[in-house]
Design a protein around this ligand. Sequence first.
Ligand code: TYD
Ligand code: MG
Length: 456
Amino acid sequence: MARAKTQFVCSNCGYISARYLGRCPNCGQWNTLVEEKIVPEKVVNRKARVSLAGKTARPQKISDISGNELPRVKTGMDELNRVLGGGIVPGSLVLIGGDPGIGKSTLMLQVSGQLTEHGGSVLYVSGEESANQIKLRADRLGVGSDDFIVYPETDMEQIKTVIGQMQPDYLVVDSVQTMQEPDLQSPIGSVAQIREVTADLMQIAKSNAITVFIVGHVTKEGAIAGPKILEHMVDAVLYFEGDANYKYRILRTVKNRFGSTNELGIFEMRDHGLREVANPSEIFLEERLKGATGSAITASMEGSRPILVEVQSLVAPTVFGNAQRVTTGVDRNRVAQILAVLEKHSNLLLQNQDVHVRITGGVKIDEPAADLAIALAVASSYHEKPTRFTDVFLGEVGLGGEVRSISLIEDRLKEIAKLGFNQAIVPKNNLSNIDLPQGLKVTGVSTIEEALEIGL
Ligand code: TYD
Ligand code: MG
């Protein structure tokens, strides 16, 4: 009876259970439930809440509300502006998630520097690094304005007081996992803490028109409460991805109340911080080997723009046990389906072959338009015949071996032509009523058979 009551909260989706479960019944993830004290009601009912829109919130006719386009503040990085839907919306709450060490703090420091250059004031609250460490890094990145205030603190009450006094235009909280509401008994980094801290930050953003950037670590194991549980509370969620061993970083929109999702910005990690990459296609293709087998190029839509990527495949006899299917950057089941189609309709014997498929440059592809390039890469490795260096493959592969039409073909062809490729092999059904770019041969195919014949 005297035992403190606890509950188990899923750190991935926030599901609450009275007892420990190995697998979250809500989101299906394993080992994500963490134990937490149940906080007495009177502590949770905290007084410091302000109404969402300050004192001015009232019901009004929709016709009386001015619906002006939201003004945007441009950062100095076009890649970031695009990912945000055209720039920062003042008073919005933006979550930047990503693995530890991927470059979130670096990005926020650089953006802060740019915002102060345009006359904004920034309060950078860090619970991870000392003022000294931040200074060293800021010097390296060339950030040094008087309007850039660094505040190493984790106590939300103190932070709120400083925000009230300083009234900054922008607030950066790095990271949400290190912040603490002192009147909440749950430990730092717990689901309850993270949720309350974010709720507080939301109040601050909305009632003072301060733009808030929240940095959150994501761990694959879900051992610490991840920012996933916050996604519904914030206006925009950006994920910073990429292998820490790679120099390229991809900033992806997962949610955006003020713009489209699935936008993507590409950065390169340099000695002096992140640099935007304006022409990603060239970079993803720059290390291609001429005449190599198992390689095929496709144009993948990443948000509103097409990016050319290389699909690589290696087909090799299985040494022992079951044949392996290993994929990087593309769904394994998708590849398995394409392999089945190749077996059935193109006479490739793959049962006793290990098949590796990867997208180079750390890119992830999840659209069917890349199917044909995957099929070509696999067949190319299997037959040890290279595809032509100047061909690009577009098309969805159906289970009947047919090549099905894809979306946004004109945008893709334009990018392909721009990069100097000679031929695009595309679904025949896509060819009616489209404008073909100059200087590019566009060949329609209706089956995978035909595509292999032309492509290899
Ligand atoms: P950081 O921004 O600290 O990552 P996060 O906040 O997401 O945990 O980035 C750390 C990595 O970036 C670290 O491995 C060093 C590297 N880095 C550079 O390569 N160049 C730079 O100019 C900076 C500041 C960091
Ligand atoms: Mg950091």
